[in-house]
Design a protein around this ligand. Structure first.
Ligand SMILES: [Zn+2]
Length: 168
């Protein structure tokens, strides 16, 4: 299975890091069907497609945390309840309070990460789409960098561990 992983050192490194994360968040003899399905889907996409591997890693992390019960509030400001609107150009995500904040409330929060409309839409998609369509989207490079930064901090916040991929 997933023979292609052995032929590409980057793919192998990502697969190894993903396996480590799965190992850390699961326990023996406790059923974890959703996690297993996500794990296999992710390995498949890495092994069998040319999809941007950093994007795949981001999608995997956000979805894994969601399955584990970490669902950020993204429809309204976590502090004052103001709804987030589609026409907004940028969004502020509070790592401390695990959700979005409006323009006013974000000023008082040092843990806020600014996200573009595209990055924010990607986040909503990853959290809510059907598992079969999880990897069926693309994102421009600058937004991917933003999403990667978000994922890194968000994962560290919830799993209290950094998962770095060795790159050659
Ligand atoms: Zn607010």
């Amino acid at each position: 299975m997933f023979y292609n992983l052995r032929e590409d050192i980057d793919k192998l490194n990502y697969a190894t890091t993903i396996s480590k994360m799965i190992y850390d968040v699961t326990e023996e003899n406790i059923p974890a069907v959703d996690i297993l399905q996500l794990f296999l889907n992710t390995l498949y996409v890495i092994a069998e497609t040319d999809k941007n591997i950093e994007l795949v890693f981001c999608v995997f992390r956000i979805r894994l945390l969601a399955i584990l019960g970490f669902l950020p509030q993204i429809s309204k400001c976590v502090s004052c309840g103001e709804p987030m609107l589609e026409e907004m150009e940028e969004f502020y995500f509070s790592i401390k309070d695990d959700g979005v904040k409006c323009k006013v409330c974000q000023k008082l929060d040092k843990s806020v990460i600014k996200l573009s409309k595209t990055t924010f839409s990607a986040l909503i998609y990853i959290l809510s789409c059907d598992s079969k369509k999880l990897f069926s989207f693309e994102i421009p490079k600058e937004d991917l960098q933003e999403l990667e930064l978000f994922c890194k901090i968000y994962t560290l916040q919830h799993l209290e561990k950094e998962y770095e991929v060795v790159k050659f």
